[in-house]
Design a protein around this ligand. Structure first.
Ligand SMILES: NC(=O)c1ccc[n+]([C@@H]2O[C@H](COP(=O)([O-])OP(=O)(O)OC[C@H]3O[C@@H](n4cnc5c(N)ncnc54)[C@H](OP(=O)(O)O)[C@@H]3O)[C@@H](O)[C@H]2O)c1
Length: 297
């Protein structure tokens, strides 16, 4: 009897699973193939970043990083230590850490209280470029705590930095960020993006990575499970829904040092664009594209 029922059910379930797998694969394939609207500009910028580094260094800009003790922040610090595009980098956070870099003197750590960030406004003076990789999770901080960090602290940082003279703000947001979303995570990210946009920075760059691929020290059961499931997806469709942190931070730095005439006052990099700007998709930036592309004004 049981065998009879199973034999009836199993083919249906198998067809259902196979159909679902085909649909998911088609979506991932589409996402992986998607070409950013301003692909030409991004390709030119990725290449220009290498050749323009020495020129950029002559500007003697200073930078700050908030969220530097997190996964993106640590990778950013490592990359900055290698490239050294700035005169000095100020690391602002709620705690000081031992930096895993060869020359820690390139950095200066300062403790701040994000709830009273105005009191630390002097620390932002003379800093032209800011990077924000602050963030937490609902599981860790609760819904209120999550909004406080991912929206309030992020927006406050941008506000205080701008008042102190920061010209270029770089925000690590997330794939799917949308101020009208019904999901707390994507809604909060979208609202933070919008609030900073209204500040009219001289230059504002938003990065929306997919699931970050990194060796996270902190254990996050849900995220680890997603990352485990993502391994084959990331191998087959590398730019669809995942982003290695190294690629993300390279894109962030390339974006800053690429020649100013390739820059815009507002830039929004979705996941595929991050891969391109981070030099992860050199083959997609064909020779023809480079020659044909005129810098956008
Ligand atoms: N994880 C993903 O797959 C993923 C995907 C897309 C986008 N993102 C976004 O990318 C950004 C960086 O992610 P991540 O994985 O690097 O984050 P992370 O490892 O959790 O690091 C977050 C940073 O924010 C700081 N922070 C958290 N709560 C704080 C608080 N209450 N007060 C002061 N500082 C606080 C942390 O400081 P402490 O070290 O002191 O805690 C740390 O420096 C986040 O905005 C995240 O939402 C993540």
């Amino acid at each position: 009897m049981l065998w009879f029922k199973c034999s009836e059910i199993i083919p249906g379930v198998s067809i259902g699973i196979a159909f679902l797998a085909v649909c998911v694969s088609a979506i991932l394939f589409y996402l992986d193939l998607e070409v950013p609207k301003d692909k030409d500009r991004i390709c030119v910028m990725a290449e220009a970043a290498e050749s323009n580094l020495e020129e950029y260094k002559k500007k003697n800009m200073n930078a700050f990083v908030v969220g530097y003790t997190g996964e993106v922040g640590k990778a950013l610090v490592k990359h900055l230590a290698q490239v050294k595009p700035f005169q000095k980098v100020y690391l602002l956070g709620r705690r000081e850490v031992t930096l895993d870099v060869e020359d820690p003197s390139y950095f200066e750590q300062k403790s701040v209280d994000f709830e009273k960030l105005e009191e630390s406004s002097d620390l932002f003076k003379g800093i032209g470029v800011g990077f924000c990789a602050l963030g937490t999770t609902k599981a860790k901080a609760g819904a209120k705590g999550f909004v406080q960090v991912d929206h309030d602290f992020v927006v406050k940082t941008a506000e205080v930095a701008k008042a102190a003279g920061c010209e270029h703000f770089n925000l690590v947001s997330s794939q799917g960020a949308d101020k009208n979303s019904s999901f707390l995570y994507t809604k909060t990210k979208g609202q933070a993006e919008e609030a900073i946009k209204a500040m009219a920075y001289q230059r504002y760059s938003i990065f929306r990575p997919g699931v970050l691929l990194c060796d996270r020290q902190e254990s996050r059961a849900g995220e680890s499970f997603v990352r485990f499931l993502l391994k084959p997806v990331a191998a087959l469709f590398p730019t669809a829904i995942s982003t290695p942190v190294d690629v993300l931070v390279k894109a962030m730095i390339n974006n800053v040092i690429a020649t100013p005439d390739k820059a815009k006052d507002f830039e929004l990099y979705e996941n595929k664009a991050i891969h391109m700007l981070g030099g992860n998709l050199k083959s997609s930036c064909s020779e023809k594209t480079k020659v044909d592309s005129a810098p956008e004004k």
